[in-house]
Design a protein around this ligand. Structure first.
Ligand code: GLU
Length: 382
């Protein structure tokens, strides 16, 4: 059957989140390798069409529990973490093997809350992930459960996957789980319950459809999926809640199996630029020369060579205002250097950065993807 046109079919950069119960057999605690192999086939199809794919996979704790011989039920934090440390090795190995058989390179990334929330680390994680995508690898991401304490932990991979989606400007997030979508009524007690096909806005009515139940194996439930939807929509991405229990779950979505799609109101780039221009408090000002003004207006990045002076105190990843030599605001963006280092490299060629700072920093002071021309400056970046 020819694939239907779904947001999954048309997306450029796709994040697929896999719940623990899909990958790990509830009774035996074993990895479901036949299921993983079918999923890897689906991923190979997306990659063959030129789509970029990232996986956010749960299952480390569930896999580790079996090795630890833990009894069913809730574990203490340190037991969870020990289980995660053991299970993560198995999980990464399973993905590496399944993808390698399809000539796809897998790369493991373990992130903590700070990597997606703290701007300095956020830029690093974003750069690493986009580099991996550029070389055709499939990053396999999980939370670094082993060292995070409960206060600085995501705890569930639904929100983590949505944050990653936003961080790398992906345009589609698929949450594969053991529920087939968002139901308008509780499906376990109401035979007339139906899957909501499309959600344009998370209204109180939609929120009321979500009960507080959580999965027996993983940490997420419908409530965390709705939080994820909120983040994804705000970041300009489509998000699906879809049945992952069947074989070839991604092809099933494309072939029209019912699932819930949450629709974004903007593109990821527009959402990111709105965030940079509107939501962040600028910490400093960078005055640039005429050459750099021209470059910015052509949609180029700001290089250290074009900087005349720096005001304020800011860290790497903070928002800064960029002004013309006369002091008019031209743009806002995320700075790749703190104010001290910026002062040292201003006016210098990018090739001189390492010699001056003693480390190999970024070529750009503000990368074009992290830059937005201020309204009224007469130009828009494409
Ligand atoms: N990071 C956890 C794990 O790999 C899963 C969290 C979740 O279930 O969402 O086991």
């Amino acid at each position: 059957m020819a694939a239907l046109k779904t947001p999954l079919t048309g997306a450029k950069r796709i994040v697929i989140k896999i719940g623990s119960s899909l990958l790990v057999d509830q009774d035996s605690g074993e990895l479901k390798s036949a299921w993983l192999s079918a999923l890897a086939d689906d991923i190979a199809q997306l990659k063959a069409r030129g789509q970029e794919v990232l996986i956010v996979s749960s299952g480390a704790i569930a896999l580790g529990r079996r090795v630890l011989g833990s009894k069913p039920g809730v574990l203490k934090l340190e037991e969870d973490q020990a289980a995660a440390a053991i299970g993560q090795v198995h999980l990464a190995h399973a993905f590496q093997e399944a993808l390698d058989q399809r000539d796809i390179v897998a790369a493991q990334i373990l992130v903590t809350l700070g990597d997606t929330e703290e701007r300095r680390r956020y830029l690093n994680a974003r750069n690493t992930i986009t580099t991996l995508l550029r070389i055709g690898a499939v990053p396999v991401i999980n939370e670094n459960d082993t060292v995070a304490t409960s206060e600085i932990r995501y705890g569930d991979n639904d929100r983590l996957a949505a944050r990653v989606t936003s961080m790398i400007s992906a345009d589609c997030l698929v949450l594969l789980s053991n529920v087939a979508g968002l139901y308008n009524r509780p499906p376990d007690i109401d035979a007339a319950a139906e899957i909501v096909k499309e959600v344009k806005q998370i209204t109180p009515e939609i929120e009321a459809m979500v009960s507080g139940e959580i999965s027996t194996m993983g940490k997420g439930g419908m409530a965390t999926k709705l939080v994820a939807a909120h983040i994804a929509m705000g970041a300009g991405a489509y998000m699906a809640i879809a049945d992952g229990t069947k074989s070839h779950p991604l092809m099933a979505i494309e072939n029209g199996d019912p699932c819930t799609w949450f629709l974004p109101s903007a593109t990821p780039m527009a959402a990111r630029k709105k965030w940079i221009a509107g939501s962040l408090e600028p910490r400093g000002r960078i005055v640039i020369d005429e050459g750099a003004v021209k470059a910015l207006k052509l949609g180029k990045s700001l290089l250290p060579a074009g900087i005349r002076s720096v005001e304020g105190s800011f860290g790497r990843g903070d928002a800064v205002v960029i002004t013309s030599p006369e002091g008019y605001e031209l743009a806002r963006g995320l700075s790749a250097y703190d104010d001290g280092d910026t002062r040292l490299i201003q006016g210098h060629k990018s090739s001189e950065i390492e010699g001056i700072l003693g480390y190999r920093g970024r070529t750009e002071m503000v990368h074009r993807d992290d830059l937005v021309l201020t309204k009224g400056s007469n130009h828009e970046f494409g």
